[in-house]
Design a protein around this ligand. Sequence first.
Ligand code: LMR
Length: 399
Amino acid sequence: MSTSNCYSHLVPVADDSILGLSTLYQKDPREEKANLTIGIFLDETGKLPLMKAVEIARNRLMARRAPHGYSPITGLPLFNQHIQELVFGATSEAVQSKRIYTAQALGGTGALHVGARFAHLSLGAQVGTASSPTWANHLMILNQAGYKVSQYPYFDPSTKGVDFEAMASCLKTLEPMTVVILHACCHNPTGADLSKEEWQQVLEIVRERNLYPLLDIAYQGFGFGVDEDAYAPRLFADAGIPFMVASSCSKNFGLYGERVGAIHFVTGNAQEADLVRMNLAPQIRGEYSNPPAFGGQVVAEILSDPELRQIWLDEVNGMRSRIRRMRELFAQKGQEAGLDLSFAIRQNGMFSFTGLTGEQMDLLMKDWGVYGVRNGRFCMAGLNDHNVDLVVRAIKGVS
Ligand code: LMR
């Protein structure tokens, strides 16, 4: 058989719904434009900042002139320890009793992938579900890991908040060992989060139905605070159920391109956690051998030095405050223009679901130079004092 036409059946595929847009934005020659596409924190001047804590840690690592050796298969132990404590709290019983196994992974995406693949290959999970709507990558990750994929209702367009009743009744129909992706905080794309009471109810359903949650906490620190945003994983860990958490250092450490994240497996005891380690290692080894070292070293340096950690924490708090201020300004400017944009104040984190249609989002881009995701998502961290008027004018123009 000839291989000369082995590519001939391939058909064109559209660019990624999020990553493709930034390229379009960069190419747009207009002076007045706004980039509200990808989930990247931009500062007041519209630039991606280098965090001070990261700069200090980076300089220290450089000064040590360490060679670039391999990391262990499941990552740097010091990084794994600190990132686990950041998610679950250093004094948590689950952390203290060593019943959580944490492996460094390639950003939040890599963490979700490693977790989903492990649950499928080693725990026999066949069905995966994520909210409707969700971050498009959740569905791709589940699909590519071999799951039968579904979505549970989540968003109520009329309130621009969570439709908890619909969500809960759907979760109650799921079969045991369904991998349920839940956004621990700062829901992507809607910005609409569960209340503490609703998390309690989700926990009850998970327990009753024997579901296997995969909590995505990619935006820890951007909702209400580093500890406050970890409410769900801490609640689930205290409840003693088995589940996974995928965390990311892309946003809260500004280490987007370094691909730093972690997958945490919460088990019943230290022996189970060790069995996870043994079974996970060959899966990672066969896929990418071991994670990149530098980003994990930067994070470990920051989190293991109390002074540097405080600098970092202050910066995360500053980023969160900037986004909050932009949400308020956006709503206020909307009011002045006769638009109700108050949903932005009720939603959390980097994103807001505006309720604008795909056609309206196209017009925003074409006629106004305002770039958002076609599903109606704005990255609120791309707003600043200079572009907020343009954005509100543009929304008025397409409404
Ligand atoms: C986003 O949703 O914009 C971010 O999580 C970046 C990405 O990889 O999509």
